[in-house]
Write a protein that binds this ligand. Structure first.
Ligand code: TYD
Length: 136
């Protein structure tokens, strides 16, 4: 996979004086069946998350609250996506190295994933990721 396969998806936004509503459905806004969700919160200032790629798992990352940056690398080039709106989802296919940083206070990263959790699906060695290159 390359950075060209990454997509910033604008989610539906139902405007209402009572407050806005957005949603995301599998095989629609998320281009896969949603198998698992998890969320990252209470990130201390200056901390980084991620530092891995997946072999199979695909994800959509939403900044439900606050803001953070998602730094993506396909082994050739790098691109940073600043997420700060709850009506955008960042689609990250398998085979893309990612880091998350610049978390604002009280930020909440909500992540929809296509597979069950499996530590064997992680590549946590950036050099191996680059050498592997089978997704490039
Ligand atoms: P990890 O995916 O490395 O976090 P991040 O990419 O956000 O920095 O996961 C951190 C720890 O949490 C690791 O020990 C695995 C565990 N974990 C689960 O048990 N289930 C899950 O669904 C996820 C995403 C992580």
């Amino acid at each position: 996979m390359s950075l060209e396969d990454v997509k910033l998806i604008k989610l539906p936004k139902i405007l209402d004086e009572r407050g806005n509503l957005s949603f995301l459905e599998q095989n629609a806004q998320a281009p896969f069946e949603i198998r698992r969700v998890y969320w990252i919160y209470d990130v201390p200032g200056g901390e980084e998350r991620g530092g891995h790629s997946y072999f199979v798992n695909e994800e959509v990352i939403v900044a439900l609250s606050g803001s953070f940056d998602v730094v993506l690398n396909d082994g050739h080039s790098q691109q940073t996506f600043s997420l700060n709106r709850s009506y955008y989802g960042l689609y990250v296919p398998a085979g893309i190295w990612r880091q998350m940083n610049n978390f604002s206070t009280n930020s909440l990263a909500f992540i929809l994933a296509s597979t069950d959790f499996d530590e064997k699906d992680y590549e946590r060695d950036f050099n191996k990721f680059r050498e592997d290159g089978k997704y490039l």
